[in-house]
Design a binder for this molecule. Structure first.
Ligand SMILES: Cc1cc2nc3c(=O)[nH]c(=O)nc-3n(C[C@H](O)[C@H](O)[C@H](O)COP(=O)(O)OP(=O)(O)OC[C@H]3O[C@@H](n4cnc5c(N)ncnc54)[C@H](O)[C@@H]3O)c2cc1C
Length: 416
């Protein structure tokens, strides 16, 4: 079967990998050269512990407070956009404790599936993406942060993620003896892993090319043709591709592309920034989340360290805001006083757009509009973590096989 995948991020490439393995003739089309999308500069967490979706009751209240702070970790840029208003209304509606509870199970299951798939890849000779299973530390400085961490830990136990330990200050400092930490404690989620996304992406591209998958870079998909309820052609500004199946894995641009197919998915872009020190003078042993600062620190691929954060709901056309990067680096220094990372020049700052669904769950599955269109997008803060698992599920949907897990919660039509 001919399958055209639109989008060469981690979701599109993982889907291509499993579809090629099942014997399909796969083409991946991307409007860029696929060398620097959101799937590169992220924090590299593969994290079953992240079962709390973005849409929580707390974030709505906190977000309103943060609106006036140019360095805050969460920000919605006010704009007259119907899609933003629609997304915002749906986001606020689902930001309930009931939703958080309900979303936790599918998020846990797809993360565990995905982690297993990454571990299978690490056994293959063509892959070596600095995958490590040291877990993740969520470090807190305040009693409120500690209460939140305790709550998440209790929930983790309920969900069977029992390889989770509460650390007091001394135990935390023992795990990280190379630098001083300003914190009162941490939770160690030992179920988590991390990897170097840049290597993973480059190796996936090389492996797909080696296996004969057609990778079409610098071609933007502008339209489709259909016949009898099936999409039969995918049109770019350079060519027309005949197809039997289409996978929409276009990240933050998926809403516009889906709209061309008359499929409605509430989705906005959540910009985040990262700074990577290639040969870091600052050392930590574990990936870290700063609970109150909402910043991620990842030691990766030898001596590299990456600092990342900020969720800026904005248009993909808005220029990057260096004040947000400053906010990230200042948060790092508050917890790690020896980490005096100088403010980099604009060209040394990476930013990417997380495809944020309205309820924090991805859209994975067929739509009722078309028989042969599969959505694979909306992974928000978790696209890397859920990448390989999503690719596996997409291949099972195309092949009409038994799914590795229940995909009903990811139904792309759930808001329509
Ligand atoms: C600072 C930061 C830290 C993060 N940390 C983590 C983390 O630790 N763990 C984690 O799991 N996630 C993390 N994320 C989120 C993760 O990076 C994203 O969820 C993930 O990369 C999304 O992958 P994707 O394939 O859906 O989208 P993308 O990687 O954006 O790929 C989509 C592709 O589609 C292409 N495209 C769009 N429209 C068209 C069109 N019309 N025609 C052709 N091509 C098109 C784009 O050019 C793009 O290359 C982080 C994100 C940020 C910003």
């Amino acid at each position: 079967m001919k399958v055209v995948i639109i989008g060469g991020g981690i979701i599109g490439l993982s889907s291509a990998w499993y579809l090629q393995q099942s014997g399909h003739e796969v083409t991946v089309i991307d409007k860029t050269d696929m060398k620097d999308n959101c799937s590169y500069g992220n924090a590299g967490y593969v994290c079953p512990s992240h079962f709390v979706p973005l849409a929580t009751p707390g974030i709505v209240k906190q977000g309103l407070k943060w609106m006036l702070n140019s360095q805050s970790p969460f920000y919605v840029q006010p704009r007259l956009s119907w899609s933003l208003i629609d997304w915002g209304l749906k986001f606020m509606k689902v930001a309930t404790p009931e939703h958080v509870n309900k979303a936790a199970i599918p998020l846990r299951d797809i993360a565990i599936l995905s982690k297993k798939k990454y571990e299978e890849w690490t056994q293959l000779p063509q892959f070596g993406f600095a995958y490590e299973t040291k877990g993740l530390l969520e470090i807190f400085q305040t009693q409120q942060g500690a209460d939140h961490a305790h709550h998440v830990m209790e929930k983790a136990y309920e969900l069977g993620l029992t390889d989770t330990e509460l650390l007091d200050y001394n135990s935390l400092q023992q795990l990280e003896p190379q630098t001083k930490i300003n914190a009162i404690g941490a939770v160690h989620f030992k179920c988590d892993a991390h990897l170097y996304p840049n290597k993973l992406m480059q190796q996936l591209i090389a492996d797909l090319q080696e296996k004969g998958v057609q990778l079409r870079g610098n071609e933007e998909v502008t339209g489709f043709e259909n016949e009898h309820g099936d999409i039969t052609k995918v049109i770019t500004q350079k060519a027309v591709y005949n197809t039997d199946t289409v996978v929409i894995a276009s990240g933050s641009w998926s809403r516009e592309l889906a709209a061309k197919l008359k499929v409605k998915i509430p989705l906005v872009a959540g910009r985040g920034y990262s700074v990577t020190l290639e040969d870091s003078p600052y050392k930590i042993n574990h990936p870290v989340v700063l609970v109150e600062g909402r910043v991620a620190l990842t030691p990766m691929d030898g001596n590299k360290i990456r600092f990342g954060g900020t969720m800026e709901i904005t248009s993909t056309q808005t220029p990057p805001k260096m004040s947000r990067v400053k906010g990230v680096l200042q948060a790092v220094e508050k917890y790690f006083p020896e980490f005096k990372v100088p403010m980099p020049s604009v060209d040394k700052v990476w930013y990417g757009y997380r495809p944020c669904s309205a309820d924090g769950l991805p859209y994975i599955g067929r739509t009722k509009q078309w028989k042969n269109v599969i959505m694979a997008t909306g992974h928000s803060m978790l696209g890397l973590s859920l990448g390989a698992g999503t690719g596996k599920l997409v291949s099972e949907i195309v092949n009409e096989q038994k799914y590795s897990m229940d995909i009903a919660p990811f139904n792309p039509d759930r808001f329509s």
